[in-house]
Design a protein. Structure first.
Length: 236
């Protein structure tokens, strides 16, 4: 059954469950900590992290436990990392595009993204999302001089304990479709790599809200992203 038919057939149930989930799941804050700065030793590497609540680090108490801090920590043994984080809870790909267009141009070597779950929740069509992702890659290259694009795939939404069934199954299937479509779209891009986030369905590794990553997931995510960056010599 395709997504449209699933949505129509399940509409009364998933609408009610969506409202119930919004009321029940606690809103966790974005953690404090530096969103711009530098760390490490070695040749310079300019890193831009953009995206949604997961990019912002929701689910842990400090930025050094979150995606940004853990990636910088892993890169800092080889590079002097100059970093910038532009992320906000609720951001879709369209929101990040608007923010990037508003920002002043500045060169970065690497961009790491975390986007897609909110696009799924917003019922964005797959074609629209892929086009916005294409525009995102274009602006990162042309306005910000990015030479290596590290795109995070969508997480295993089908295993998020915060979501009741059948809403979890429905949104999880859509997230899988988006994940596979993004992989196909960037497969031939020589400057783009995809981080696979489907490495664990262990709810104990998630944040207390059952929706966001916990520190162990951020750690593995950062390890995979840093490995890609180190293997691709992004600072030339």
């Amino acid at each position: 059954m395709n997504y449209l038919l699933r949505t129509i057939s399940l509409a009364p149930v998933i609408l009610a469950q969506g409202i119930w989930t919004n009321l029940r799941v606690p809103t966790l804050p974005e953690p404090p900590g530096a969103r711009e700065g530098s760390a490490g030793k070695g040749p310079p590497l300019k890193l831009l992290v953009v995206g949604d609540s997961a990019a912002a680090g929701v689910g842990v108490s400090r930025q050094d436990e979150a995606l940004l801090g853990q990636v910088v920590s892993r890169l800092g043994g080889r590079y002097r990392v100059e970093f910038g984080l532009h992320a906000k809870t609720g951001y879709t790909t369209a929101d990040i595009l608007r923010r990037l267009h508003e920002m002043e141009a500045r060169d970065y070597d690497v961009a790491l993204t975390s986007l897609g779950v909110n696009d799924v929740l917003a019922l964005t069509s797959r074609g629209t999302w892929l086009e916005r992702q294409r525009q995102l890659r274009e602006v990162l290259r042309e306005k910000f001089g990015v030479r290596l694009l590290v795109l995070s795939g969508l997480p295993p939404v089908h295993s998020f304990p915060a979501l009741p069934q059948p809403l979890r199954w429905h949104l999880g299937g859509r997230a899988t479709e988006f994940n596979e479509a993004l992989g196909a779209a960037v497969e031939a891009d020589p400057d783009t790599r995809l981080v696979n986030l489907r490495f664990s369905a262990d709810a104990s590794m998630m944040a207390s809200d059952g929706f966001h990553p916990g520190a162990p997931i951020y750690s593995e995510w950062a390890e995979r992203a840093a490995r890609i960056i180190l293997c691709n010599g992004a600072n030339g």
